[in-house]
Ligand binder design. Structure first.
Ligand SMILES: Cc1cc2nc3c(=O)[nH]c(=O)nc-3n(C[C@H](O)[C@H](O)[C@H](O)COP(=O)(O)O)c2cc1C
Length: 285
């Protein structure tokens, strides 16, 4: 197979998606391909145009936020022109469900002019683990990493094939109702438990919280996030070198409510497996 020029594009608040993206990129490189790592988490990174014509294949990796990829990602995808190029996508999720993410992003990528060849999903620690939750703290494990390597091998196979895979996803049951409910969800009117706040009066003022914020919500001077635009990605909490950005202590206790609301146990979440999705019926299930 001739060497391909691949770009691995990902959004990652707490490094879960980045970990899988880097594992896929490493395997692609090992297989003799040229790989660009493109992290679209910081707001500024999404203002740079993507030179689609430079690449032979695209890999998109996003976390699942309430059943679909984050809104800022979806907005960015609508601005791309895929020029008929082949891509593969993957999603990470915190042990509950990947929801409608496969179908939703599939539609956006198709609409942007990409040819989606296949998809995958990988369970990982929940974003709110930064607030004291303990979901899937031992992931990714060696099985997850095996699937990530298989993902890379399949991507090269599909990007090298002259024909397309014919991968198509059907609209999942309940999709329209779920999307309508999202549209009609009221905007936040006050600071909630998940809004990051600097826990000390002063810090070194490296400003990473502000410059890396995906939505320009965090203000390093006040130490507060704008609750109307903050998307709860916890990127500021995760990357703060001094670990002084926190969410409300009460969030820790909300873990038990989360488990009971979704009729979940930690054992059930641990049983979730990484998987490649190459046929429509698997994703719709
Ligand atoms: C606002 C929000 C919504 C989420 N919704 C879901 C969900 O619907 N299902 C799920 O299993 N995990 C959900 N999660 C957890 C993340 O999908 C998961 O932890 C992901 O792997 C985080 O990746 P990252 O660190 O790369 O951002 C949600 C997290 C956040 C912050």
């Amino acid at each position: 197979m001739t060497k391909k020029n691949i770009v691995v594009i990902y959004f990652s608040g707490t490094n879960v998606t980045a970990t899988y993206a880097k594992a896929i990129a490493k395997e692609l490189t090992k297989l003799g391909n040229q790989v660009r790592d493109f992290n679209i988490t910081p707001y500024a990174s999404r203002q740079i145009p993507l030179a689609v014509e430079e690449y032979d294949g695209f890999i998109f990796g996003f976390p699942v936020y309430s059943d679909i990829a984050p809104g800022v990602v979806n907005e960015w995808l609508t601005k791309l022109d895929g020029k008929g190029k082949k891509c593969a996508m993957f999603f990470t999720y915190g042990g509950r469900t990947s929801g409608y993410a496969h179908f939703h992003t599939f539609q956006l990528l198709q609409h942007a002019g990409f040819q989606v060849e296949f998809s995958a999903e990988f369970p990982g620690p929940h974003t709110y683990n930064v607030g004291g939750w303990t979901a899937l703290t031992d992931r990714p494990n060696s099985n997850d990493m095996d699937v990530a390597r298989n993902f890379a091998a399949l991507a090269i196979q599909r990007f090298s094939a002259p024909e397309t895979s014919g991968f198509i996803l059907q609209k999942p049951f309940g999709y329209k109702q779920a999307m309508d409910a999202k549209k009609n969800r009221p905007q936040r009117t006050e600071r909630g438990w998940t809004n990051p706040v600097r826990s000390t009066e002063t810090c070194d003022m490296c400003r990473l919280c502000e410059t890396e914020c995906p939505t320009q919500s965090f203000n390093a001077d006040t130490g507060l996030s704008d609750f109307t635009t903050c998307i709860d990605c916890m990127h500021c909490v995760y990357i703060c070198p001094q670990q002084v950005i926190k969410i409300n202590e009460g969030m820790k206790g909300a873990y038990q409510k989360f488990l009971s609301d979704y009729c979940l146990t930690e054992e059930m979440m641990s049983a979730k497996k990484s998987k490649l999705i190459t046929r429509s019926w698997e994703a719709a299930a």
